[in-house]
Each structure stands twice: as structure tokens, then as C-alpha cells.
Ligand binder design. Structure first.
Ligand code: HEM
Length: 223
């Protein structure tokens, strides 16, 4: 468990830089994904609103109108490839000897001792969570680390589905059943990721309000 006594454990510089790049590019990607029109999307306007990129049909008002490639969609593809690269770099670091970065940190539930620590921490801290109070990192951060790991896993799933869509999506309309299904997975994982990100950001705000100063741990630059 990092952070003993008053010591604030700082993430290695590589992680701090990677986190800033990931946070910026993923927030931008979520915004672009909401706003863009998707060329070749199919369905009724109402259905499309829930699908991969609804706006195309909402704007067109016809299920059979094929939207041409848009700048938003191209930006989504480029950003997606950048994010896939950043996630791959983070994944590689999870197998390096850098402190605080390893896969055991991100996925404590993979080992019996990690699961025990997770349960003990949740049991000891759940009462505080209900009152909007978070324990400082030095009192245990297995839960926080599990959320970080889940965020990375979900983001990797989104990116993997995105890469399949990049090669398989027909921008002139009519998708195969497989590509439609991959699109659904992509969308569903985005929803899950947004929920985890909301929890992550809420936790950061609460920690900061309670004076735990965790932003210092992840901010790039001199510690
Ligand atoms: C406004 C956006 C964000 C803010 C303010 C923020 C803030 C933070 C902070 C303060 C920490 C350190 C937590 C600790 O004390 O251990 C952290 C860690 C982390 N954050 Fe974020 N974050 C943001 C967006 C994201 C996004 C989009 C991801 C996407 C994957 C992400 C993934 C992680 C991960 C994985 C860690 C642990 C460091 C690592 O192992 O790489 N964060 N974040």
C-alpha cells in the first residue's frame, strides 16, 4: 500500500504525462463523439438518436439519406488512433518496473490478497462514502486503483472496437451484422466509461475539498 504516514506518493513522470494526454484526448473524444455525424449510419431518425451517430439522421430527417464523410467523423477517427496508442503505452508500463504503475496496482481483484484488501477497505470506508467523505490515500486506495484499472480496461475495449470499426465501417451505408454489433459494443462501453469517469472526477473533487491534495500526485512537472 503506497502512502505511509504523511508521505504523499507521487506517480512517475511518465505516468503523469500520459495521464494528462489521455485525459485531454479522451474528454475531447467524448465531446466529438456526441456532436459528430456518422457517414453510412443507418436506421430511423429516432433509432439513430440512440445509435452510433444519431445526429446524421436527426439532421437529415430521412432514414435512407447517407451522410457524406464529415470533419467531425475524421477527427473522431484520428483522435481514436492517438488514444489507442496512448492506452497501449499505458498498458506496456503496467508490465514495467516503474513504481505505482504495475498491473497488480490496477487490478487488485486478480489476487486473493487484493480481493481481501478491497473488501476490507470497502467495509471500513463505505459509511464515509454515504456521507460524501473519502478517506485519505494513506488509509488505503485499493478501491480507487480498481476504478482506475476499470477505466483503462473499458477505454481499451472502446479503442479495440473502434479499430475494428475503423477498418470495417462502410461509409456509404449498409453495415454487416458483425459491424453493427461491434458498433453497439463500442457505444455501450462509452456509456460505462462515462459513468466511471464521472465517479473518478467526483472522487477527485471530494479529495481536493477534503485537503488530500491528490492532484499533486498526477500533475506533470516537478513534484
Ligand atoms: C478531468 C479529467 C480528469 C481528472 C481531473 C483526473 C484526475 C486524476 C487524479 C487526481 C488522479 C490521481 C489519483 C490518485 O491519487 O491516485 C488520477 C489518476 C488516474 N486517472 Fe485520472 N483524471 C481525469 C481523467 C482521466 C481519464 C479520461 C482517464 C482515462 C483512462 C483517467 C485515468 C486515470 C488513471 C488510470 C489513473 C491512475 C494513474 C495510472 O495508473 O495511470 N483519468 N486522475
Amino acid at each position: 500500500m503506497p502512502g505511509t504516514g504523511e508521505t504523499i506518493v507521487i506517480y512517475p513522470q511518465a505516468i503523469r504525462i500520459l495521464h494528462s494526454l489521455l485525459a485531454l484526448s479522451m474528454l475531447a473524444q467524448l465531446a466529438v463523439g456526441e456532436l459528430m455525424d456518422v457517414p453510412g449510419a443507418a436506421g430511423e431518425p429516432e433509432e439513430a438518436r440512440l445509435g452510433i451517430v444519431p445526429a446524421a439522421y436527426a439532421h437529415a430527417g430521412h432514414a435512407d439519406v447517407i451522410v457524406p464523410v464529415t470533419a467531425g467523423f475524421e477527427a473522431h477517427e484520428c483522435l481514436g488512433l492517438v488514444i489507442a496508442g496512448l492506452l497501449l503505452a499505458r498498458l506496456l508500463l503496467a508490465f514495467s518496473s516503474l513504481p505505482e504503475t504495475g498491473w497488480r496496482n490496477l487490478f487488485p481483484w486478480l489476487s486473493a490478497s487484493g480481493r481481501a484488501a478491497l473488501l476490507a477497505e470497502a467495509g471500513a470506508q463505505a459509511g464515509g462514502w454515504m456521507r460524501g467523505r473519502l478517506a485519505p490515500p494513506e488509509e488505503g486506495e485499493t478501491v480507487a486503483r480498481s476504478v482506475h484499472g476499470l477505466m483503462l480496461l473499458t477505454a481499451l475495449g472502446i479503442a479495440a472496437a473502434g479499430v475494428v470499426l475503423f477498418f470495417g465501417w462502410n461509409e456509404h451505408g449498409h453495415q454487416t451484422a458483425l459491424i453493427e454489433a461491434v458498433g453497439e459494443v463500442h457505444e455501450t462501453l462509452v456509456g460505462l466509461f462515462e459513468a466511471l469517469l464521472a465517479a473518478h472526477i467526483l472522487a477527485v473533487i471530494l479529495h481536493q475539498m477534503q485537503g488530500h491534495n491528490i492532484l499533486t500526485r498526477i500533475r506533470p512537472g516537478k513534484a
